[in-house]
Design a binder for this molecule. Structure first.
Ligand SMILES: Cc1cc2nc3c(=O)[nH]c(=O)nc-3n(C[C@H](O)[C@H](O)[C@H](O)COP(=O)(O)OP(=O)(O)OC[C@H]3O[C@@H](n4cnc5c(N)ncnc54)[C@H](O)[C@@H]3O)c2cc1C
Ligand SMILES: *[C@@H]1O[C@H](CO)[C@@H](O)[C@H](O)[C@H]1NC(C)=O
Ligand SMILES: *[C@@H]1O[C@H](CO)[C@@H](O)[C@H](O)[C@H]1NC(C)=O
Ligand SMILES: *[C@@H]1O[C@H](CO)[C@@H](O)[C@H](O)[C@H]1NC(C)=O
Ligand SMILES: *[C@@H]1O[C@H](CO)[C@@H](O)[C@H](O)[C@H]1NC(C)=O
Ligand SMILES: *[C@@H]1O[C@H](CO)[C@@H](O)[C@H](O)[C@H]1NC(C)=O
Ligand SMILES: *[C@@H]1O[C@H](CO)[C@@H](O)[C@H](O)[C@H]1NC(C)=O
Ligand SMILES: *[C@@H]1O[C@H](CO)[C@@H](O)[C@H](O)[C@H]1NC(C)=O
Ligand SMILES: *[C@@H]1O[C@H](CO)[C@@H](O)[C@H](O)[C@H]1NC(C)=O
Length: 635
């Protein structure tokens, strides 16, 4: 048992002091980033063993955990003899200033054996379950309940499979962090006690990489600061920038940019965490065809390392980490507290929306010829900065529907946008596909985004997705285009739901694009997400079967027509074969080397994150890798 001297709590509770920052920062840190843990403060308590920093990066990791015990193969799990007693958790809570939360599943109010039981609240949770915001605002919930284990779905939800409510893949404790010292204490505590650590921001990741059974979660949602820097002159850059706390959501950033008459690169979903998983994973945007990936815009990041130290990563400070944090994936090299990104002057945006489908006048072959006609413009459109976000669904045998939501002309007036698009619309007309185009012009990204992008649904356990980054040659070369269209049509005919992006990661000399973004992005003009669906009450066997079809049949064909290309790690297949190559490409060896340098004990883990091949979550059905189990190093 871990025992502590509780008389020390008064010391521990005042252990946080302001440190002198020696690392140069430009611009200065947020005030809560100056509230850091110091070695002197740790020395002043007799609980140093619980809260001490790990060895300096690059030096050998400690082979022992608290009490001098050799580091076990598995992370310590609730119920284990080494799991901290309540008094230890109370001590942690005191040092954190009361920020420790004992986890309650979001849907616990539906279950009469939970103290949170509340029929009205249950109804609220059930009604809002498919809205991202519900999960964003919860300390531990994420948006893909399949990977949590569906152990506490709202009562009478179509995907409710158990009639009781248990924690499943949710963290055991969460820290609602509002200052850097709390992140440092949480990391040091988890490392010392050998408890699994997770980082939760909004919970948008397609594989629920923000959760894990028996874990301590660092919840970054409250780090909401946004600072506008009119002239950031630093790190070889000069011009407007925004410094973002890691809890800010896309729409909040768009609003701040709008207020200052600037434009920033963000995603299409309003609630994705810009400075968390979005930038860590690369970040695609309606702006990408113009100025590159989200990660390309980063000028510097502040980050708590796995050893508990707080540093700035930029071109001049920790350049190797700076490279890895821009594309190498979240929950891998530390907890990012803020990110400074380049801002551009405001731009006009023109948009086009339309739909078409099979009908008595439009055969299936004509429908697909219309889709193919669009793909012949992928390179032309993206080369001048346009972007398209669209959907194809199978609405019955041999019946299909296409929806453009929207085609987007960044930095284009309608007078510039319409002539660019007209040849494509002429092709559709020549095929006999008639559409009812809706054109709009907006004075800014924020207004165009608000005016066009539909809100998104999450929370279902009745489908899952995979994705492919198709190189531009797949749509330029007629033979390859023919093969690609055949593979795409095959999957949709079989019931796949296709969410497509016509997008490129534009080269941009105004920023440093030497980062770890998957090199496949640099070749892409078609990023396609494919989802497989099943009835909400499907048995695990049915889910496994559909799941296997997605990975091993539909996606296998997509991979076959795009050899050596990749997939997007933030919107990827949880069972992606050879995921190191698919998600990270040729950057993988260097990313892994840096993982070993900065996180030698494996404090950070996430499914398919760099270095995760050394670990497994126990007790999984093949093909259904939930986070509901103990995390162990592979034997
Ligand atoms: C509906 C929907 C729409 C989307 N649209 C887009 C889009 O337009 N463009 C795009 O590129 N992506 C999009 N995504 C994918 C999204 O970018 C990723 O899911 C991203 O990882 C979300 O990051 P998050 O921090 O909001 O979420 P989380 O799920 O909380 O975190 C994602 C991962 O990053 C880690 N992480 C989070 N914060 C930190 C931090 N501060 N430090 C270290 N690690 C951290 C987490 O541990 C986790 O591993 C979309 C996803 C959904 C569900
Ligand atoms: C903390 O204690 C260690 C060993 O007890 C000592 O080497 C170190 O100098 C101390 N550091 C500070 C800042 O007090
Ligand atoms: C931590 O302390 C706060 C404030 O004292 C309290 O509200 C909260 O319940 C405590 N958390 C735990 C896990 O005990
Ligand atoms: C909850 O239900 C599952 C499956 O029916 C069962 O295995 C488990 O023991 C139950 N847990 C509790 C706490 O009742
Ligand atoms: C933004 O631009 C508008 C129109 O040009 C102007 O009226 C407004 O003052 C500007 N706002 C800021 C914060 O610069
Ligand atoms: C980008 O940054 C790297 C270091 O991270 C540096 O070596 C390289 O020269 C920079 N490139 C440009 C174009 O500034
Ligand atoms: C189909 O074609 C006929 C004849 O050209 C036309 O009158 C009709 O409106 C078309 N229907 C649709 C749905 O486009
Ligand atoms: C938008 O277009 C203007 C004028 O053509 C150009 O100067 C500016 O760099 C463009 N902005 C972006 C973000 O591409
Ligand atoms: C591909 O080419 C074959 C043979 O030329 C043709 O029959 C087929 O219709 C083409 N498929 C697509 C999707 O264009």
């Amino acid at each position: 048992m871990v025992t502590v001297n509780l008389r020390a709590t008064t010391v521990a509770a005042v252990l946080i002091v302001l440190a002198d920052q020696t690392t140069a920062t430009c611009p200065s840190r947020f005030s809560w980033e100056n509230n850091v843990l110091t070695k002197a403060a740790i020395n002043s308590t007799n609980n140093a063993e619980l809260f001490d920093f790990g060895p300096v990066e690059g030096t050998p990791a400690s082979s022992k955990i608290i009490g001098g015990i050799p580091r076990p193969r598995c992370k310590t799990f609730p119920g284990d003899p080494l799991w901290p007693s309540n008094s230890v958790w109370n001590l942690l809570n005191l040092t954190l200033g009361g920020a420790l939360i004992k986890t309650v599943p979001l849907a616990a109010p539906c279950y009469s054996d939970w103290p949170q039981y509340d029929a009205a609240q249950c109804e609220y949770v059930k009604t809002n379950w498919n809205r991202p915001q519900l999960h964003v605002e919860d300390p531990t919930s994420a948006m893909f309940p399949l990977w949590q284990g569906q152990t506490c779905m709202p009562l009478d939800h179509p995907s409710q499979i158990y009639d009781n409510c248990t924690l499943g893949g949710y963290a055991s404790y969460s820290v609602a962090v509002t200052k850097v010292s709390q992140i440092q204490l949480a990391l040091n505590f988890a490392r010392a006690t050998n408890i699994r650590l997770v980082v939760k921001n909004t919970g948008h990741d397609f594989a629920d990489k923000s959760m894990g059974a028996g874990s301590l979660s660092v919840w970054t949602h409250k780090l909401k600061d946004i600072q506008y820097i009119p002239d950031y002159t630093c790190n070889g850059h000069s011009g407007p920038a925004l410094k973002l706390g890691s809890g800010v959501e896309t729409e909040e950033v768009y609003q701040a940019a709008e207020a200052h008459n600037v434009t920033v690169v963000g995603g299409e979903c309003r609630t994705v965490g810009m400075a968390g998983g979005y930038i860590a994973g690369g970040g695609h945007s309606p702006m990408s065809s113009l100025v590159g990936m989200g990660a390309d815009q980063v000028l510097s990041l502040d980050v708590v390392l796995p050893n508990g130290r707080f540093v700035t990563a930029s071109q001049s400070s920790y350049p190797d980490l700076f490279w890895a944090l821009r594309g190498g994936g979240g929950s891998t090299y530390g907890v990012v507290t803020s990110v400074t990104v380049k801002a551009y002057p405001q731009i006009p945006v023109s948009t086009l929306g339309f739909v078409f489908g099979t009908s008595p006048n439009v055969t299936a072959d004509t429908f697909w010829a219309g889709v193919e006609a669009y793909t012949t413009y992928f390179d032309t459109f993206t080369a001048v900065g346009a972007y398209g976000y669209w959907l194809i669904v199978n609405i019955g045998p041999g019946q299909f529907f296409f929806s453009m939501n929207p085609l987007w002309g960044g930095n284009m007036t309608l007078a510039q946008f319409q002539p660019l698009i007209q040849p494509f619309l002429d092709d559709l007309a020549n095929l006999g596909i008639s559409i009812d185009p809706v054109w709009n012009e907006y004075p800014s990204l924020y207004q165009a985004h608000s005016g066009t992008f539909p809100p998104e649904n999450v929370g279902g356990a009745d489908n899952r997705a995979a994705s492919r980054l198709f190189p531009k040659d797949n749509f330029i070369n007629p033979t390859k285009r023919n093969e690609t269209m055949a593979a795409v049509r095959y999957a949709v005919e079989a019931g796949g739901i296709l969410i497509g992006y016509n997008i490129r990661a534009a080269p941009n000399s105004a920023v440093n694009q030497t980062n770890s973004v998957n090199p496949a992005w640099r070749e892409t003009t078609g990023f396609f997400i494919l989802a497989a669906a099943w009835p909400a009450d499907a048995s695990p066997a049915v889910i496994q079967a559909q799941s296997n079809i997605l990975t091993n049949d539909w996606m296998a064909r997509w991979r076959q027509v795009s050899p050596g290309a990749g997939s997007y790690l933030s919107e990827g297949d949880i069972n992606e074969p050879n995921w190191q190559q698919s998600f990270y490409g040729s950057h993988y060896p260097r990313l892994l080397q840096l993982k070993k340098k900065y996180d030698p004990t494996g404090l950070f883990y996430a499914h398919t994150a760099v270095g995760s091949e050394d670990w497994e979550v126990e007790g999984q059905l093949p093909g259904l890798p939930t986070q509901n189990g103990r995390l162990c190093k592979k034997p």
